[in-house]
Design a protein around this ligand. Structure first.
Ligand code: GLU
Length: 470
């Protein structure tokens, strides 16, 4: 059997992190089995569905690299098919028309509440002759659900879960206006799309019993179900915005790489021994439903950040430069020149070794594209006192005489210069760092000097030596 999975988001908001994890698991499972990963947009709630949300979902999935097979299916576009299936159940005696008015149902519920009974549809039209139908009342179609026995869900994560049928009432399949309910639409679509494995959040567990009843009424094979425990906040409570319940686009803006988010989401609820760093290739090779844990996972920003730092160090320098360029352009308020982008590519090995996010990376790269005079941060400004400025003036003369403008040659010069003055290397290197980068922390300073180039580096040293305002 070829595996078919699907991701079925409702386009009522952005692609949130829990949805992204569901999509990832479905994608990995399909890719692992050489099967298909389908995308269905559950847009039947016309009032709450928006095109902007559809776009945000497609965009988020694409950013994460979770490519779906074929075109995205619109659930709303299949409403005739949903109605047709409800009709078939009606004809087969598996469903019936219910003419109870909203006011009548309200009364029924109130009476059940007053009597301390569970509130559920009491089946008043289940066996009633349709010739009793009141005139002018459009009926809903309800499932004639089994009243005895139990419905069993053999879940691939949760194990066997059962519910007594007496506890489930006759759910509505088709509303009075002819539109399908969510439960009907999902079952018909999963069946028609050939979905073999339904992997989704365990908030859908109770829906599943009702969906199984619809499959059974139609005589359709059940797919395999796997309900993943939800993601909780670090304190174990429901995930809040502060704790990471954000759209995937927010993670992109915060400077995380898609491969880091993928690795992080994979580990949120799935394990392969003690492995923490798992490449996408490994994830495809290893992924299986048996690795999904049964308890809720906790969102941990620190872990995401350390994974991101790892993937930043591994990332291609040109790619990182291209990711950082728009952030820097915004920070400096002008577009960057091609030469500046090239400088960033060359500077990237030194920069990426220290960054945890693209935001850090852009911050730490900014001095490379800063326009003179440099703005010194407080510590750097403090370092550039009269003594340091005088020292930099002498150093500038030594540098100007250096024919070979390389990190190694400049380092030799500085060492010799410090020795000749009986100073420690740091006494010279730190003011030099302040002059060139405006800060007391930067990549290795001789490398910085080489990358800035003779002219720019000497100009920055001269600015600092002359006490240009910082
Ligand atoms: N549309 C549902 C949601 O966004 C998912 C339905 C399903 O996966 O069966 O929660």
């Amino acid at each position: 059997m070829s595996v078919v999975t699907r991701f079925a988001p409702s386009p009522t908001g952005f692609l949130h992190i829990g949805g992204a994890r569901t999509a990832l698991f479905n994608w990995l499972f399909a890719r692992h089995h050489g099967g298909q990963f389908l995308l269905r947009i559950e847009d039947t709630d016309r009032a709450r569905s928006t095109q902007a949300a559809v776009d945000a979902i497609l965009d988020g999935l694409s950013w994460l690299g979770l490519t779906w097979d074929g075109d995205a299916v619109s659930q709303f576009g299949r409403k005739e098919r949903h109605a047709e299936v409800a009709q078939r159940m009606l004809e087969a005696g598996k469903a019936y028309y219910c003419y109870a008015s909203p006011a009548e149902l309200e009364e029924m519920r109130a009476a059940q509440k007053a009597a301390g009974q569970p509130v559920r549809y009491d089946g008043r039209w289940r066996d009633r002759d349709p010739s009793d139908a009141p005139a002018g009342v459009p009926p809903v179609i309800r499932l004639k659900a089994p009243q005895e026995g139990e419905t069993l869900l053999k879940d691939r994560v949760q194990g066997e879960v059962r519910v007594q049928n007496a506890q489930l009432d006759d759910l509505i399949l088709l509303r009075a206006d002819g539109t399908p309910t969510y439960l009907l639409a999902v079952v018909v679509d999963d069946h028609d799309m050939g979905v073999t494995h339904v992997v989704r959040g365990d908030d859908h567990l109770t829906n599943t019993f009702r969906q199984i009843q619809i499959y059974n009424a139609m005589g359709w094979d059940l797919p395999e179900f796997a309900h993943i425990p939800l993601i909780h906040g670090p304190d174990g409570a429901k995930l809040s915005k502060r704790h990471g319940a954000l759209g995937v686009d927010a993670y992109r803006d915060m400077g995380y790489l898609p491969e880091a988010v993928r690795n992080y989401l994979l580990r949120l609820g799935w394990a392969h021994g003690d492995d923490e760093i798992i490449s996408t290739e490994q994830a495809i090779a290893w992924f299986g439903l048996e690795g999904i844990g049964r308890s809720p996972s906790r969102f941990d920003f620190a872990k995401l950040e350390s994974l991101n730092a790892h993937y930043l160090r591994q990332a291609d320098d040109a790619r990182l430069a291209d990711l950082v360029v728009p952030r820097l352009a915004e920070a400096v308020g002008r577009p960057l020149a091609a030469a500046e982008r090239d400088l960033l590519v060359r500077a990237m090995p030194g920069l990426k070794a220290r960054a945890r996010t693209l935001v850090d990376l852009a911050d730490s790269a900014r001095f490379y594209v800063a326009t003179r005079p440099m703005v010194y941060d407080a510590k750097a400004g403090g370092l550039l006192d009269a003594g340091a400025r005088a020292m930099l003036k002498d150093l500038a003369a030594v540098f100007a005489a250096e024919p070979e403008w390389t990190a190694a040659a400049l380092e030799d010069r500085v060492r010799g210069f410090a020795e000749s003055r009986g100073e420690k290397l740091g006494k010279v290197a730190q003011p030099l760092r302040a002059a060139l980068s405006g800060s007391t922390v930067s990549p290795p300073i001789f490398e910085v000097a080489e990358l800035l180039g003779r002219e720019e580096a000497l100009a920055r040293i001269a600015d600092a030596a002359n006490g240009s305002p910082g």
